[in-house]
Design a protein around this ligand. Structure first.
Ligand code: ZN
Length: 274
């Protein structure tokens, strides 16, 4: 049976074959009883696969596909056949995420019960002198609304809570039971002196109204934990965990809800997978 993770599940750890990274990550996860979704590039795939197979209680594989790759469906197939649990982080598409051209990918992921992780919001520009075909607008969090509705069995995670369109991201998550967000990236740094701001974004805890889906959950439970470790910067795990903790405490999010944000929600989803 697939291990569903311990005290903390990090949905957002990049791996591109950085030397020594997997051993370091494993030691970190052992120390915190954690599980990480390892977002694996095709070139890092053989190394990641061998390591994940040895440590299935600590790592779940995610295939970092490019939506515009002509061979994307075959890649989805091979990641699935390798036992990978999801796809992502998807980023920088040539069309909007919800464009019908990409629906075959989502259909296949839904059939395989693979979780999808999308980058949402503003994106870095690493090589400013090189022309590129990338736009924030194609990756708005709101592009996930149609995907979540059209593929109701998919579990969709938007990374970065649509930075800076937090309100839009939270509102679509409020109505889509299969949509979650992580808050990795610059947002918790930007808002570090104003964490109670997020109370205005996740406002509907305990609200009973015809205009809000019935739920006893804290509105903050639309969040899951993601660190967005990349280029092997393992220290980001603790830094991001600390920021999440400070924000959730500042917003008076109950401990039980915090436990679901840090692991419980994802545990439940993973237990439902084949
Ligand atoms: Zn991202």
């Amino acid at each position: 049976m697939f291990a569903a993770g311990g005290k903390i599940i990090d949905v957002h750890v990049h791996f591109d074959g950085e030397p020594g990274f997997l051993d370091g990550l494993l030691a970190k996860l052992d120390s915190v009883d954690g599980l990480a979704f390892l977002l694996t590039t095709p070139r890092a795939f053989p190394e990641a696969l061998a390591f994940i197979e040895k440590h299935p209680s600590r790592l779940a594989g995610f295939g970092a596909i490019r939506l515009d790759d002509p061979n994307v469906l075959e890649q989805v197939d091979s990641f699935h056949q390798a036992g990978f649990r999801g796809l992502g982080e998807m980023t920088s598409p040539l069309h909007n995420y919800d464009d019908e051209r990409y629906w075959p990918v989502y259909e296949r992921a839904e059939r395989y019960q693979m979780i999808l992780l999308f980058h949402t919001g503003i994106v870095n520009r690493e090589t400013p002198h090189v022309p590129e075909d990338i736009s924030f607008d194609r990756m708005r969090a709101t592009r996930l609304d149609l995907i979540a509705r059209r593929f109701p069995k998919l579990v969709v995670i938007g990374a970065h809570l649509g930075n800076p369109s937090y309100a839009e991201a939270a509102e679509i998550a409020r109505w889509n039971p299969n949509l979650y967000f992580d808050l990795s990236g610059s947002s918790l740094i930007k808002k570090s002196n104003d964490y109670t701001f997020f109370k205005s974004i996740f406002w509907w805890s305990g609200i009973v109204s015809a205009h809000t889906p019935e739920s006893g959950a804290s509105a903050f439970e639309k969040l899951v934990f993601g660190s967005d470790i990349f280029r092997g910067d393992l220290a980001e795990f603790d830094r991001e965990r600390d920021r999440y903790q400070k924000m959730l405490d500042a917003c008076d999010v109950p401990k039980e809800a915090q436990a679901r944000i840090f692991s419980g929600t994802m545990q439940q989803i993973l237990r439902g997978l084949p």
